[in-house]
Ligand binder design. Structure first.
Ligand code: SF4
Length: 176
């Protein structure tokens, strides 16, 4: 049976405007629309967040968050291009396996949407300290919602006094 994703391109982007942070976001783009597989991924990955109308699916496994849109797959917090390429290759293979086996899967259209940017922003320190490389906490929240960055990239959020909000944000992003 034909693969859904036969071709894609991977590129790295430094989060925010902080060159030299050593962590990157990765974006894999596909020439074709991969959203037909989303209801099957939503069925196989019960912890996924799925917005059927907007064709967005967010999924986390072992600390790696994946954000799928019709022609893209995003990852946050990768070290280099080689690591990003390997993670993308692995997830593409899994998606193709699920697509090829979809005859045995009941697609699931039930939605669990991502929190709003404001929901995430409210839990950030809101100091606009720029340690994450972004000019504002709101800008960081917007990219966190897109899974272009990870909560760990906000150093103040990692401090003990923010443990409660950190857990809430981790839960929101992971879809708990
Ligand atoms: S590091 Fe955290 S507190 Fe500072 S600007 Fe970024 S999101 Fe806001």
């Amino acid at each position: 049976m034909e693969k859904l994703i036969k071709d894609y391109q991977v590129q790295l982007a430094e989060p925010g405007c902080k060159p030299g942070s050593g962590r990157f976001g990765a974006l894999a783009t596909t020439p074709n629309d991969i959203s037909p597989v989303f209801p099957y991924l939503n069925a196989v990955w019960p912890n996924a967040r799925y917005d059927h109308d907007n064709k967005v699916l967010i999924w986390e496994e072992r600390g790696q968050v994946y954000a799928f849109r019709p022609r893209e797959i995003r990852l946050a917090n990768v070290e280099n291009f080689e690591q990003a390429s390997q993670v993308v290759a692995d997830i593409v293979e899994r998606i193709n396996d699920i697509w090829q086996g979809r005859g045995d899967i009941v697609p699931r259209y039930a939605e669990r949407k991502m929190p709003s940017v404001l929901d995430i922003y409210k839990l950030l320190p809101k100091t606009n300290c720029r340690q994450c490389g972004y000019a504002t906490c709101m800008a960081f929240a917007a990219d966190l919602r897109k899974c272009a960055v990870r909560p760990e990239q906000c150093p103040p959020l990692m401090q003990a006094e923010n443990a409660g909000n950190r857990e809430k944000i981790m839960g929101l992003v992971a879809g708990e």
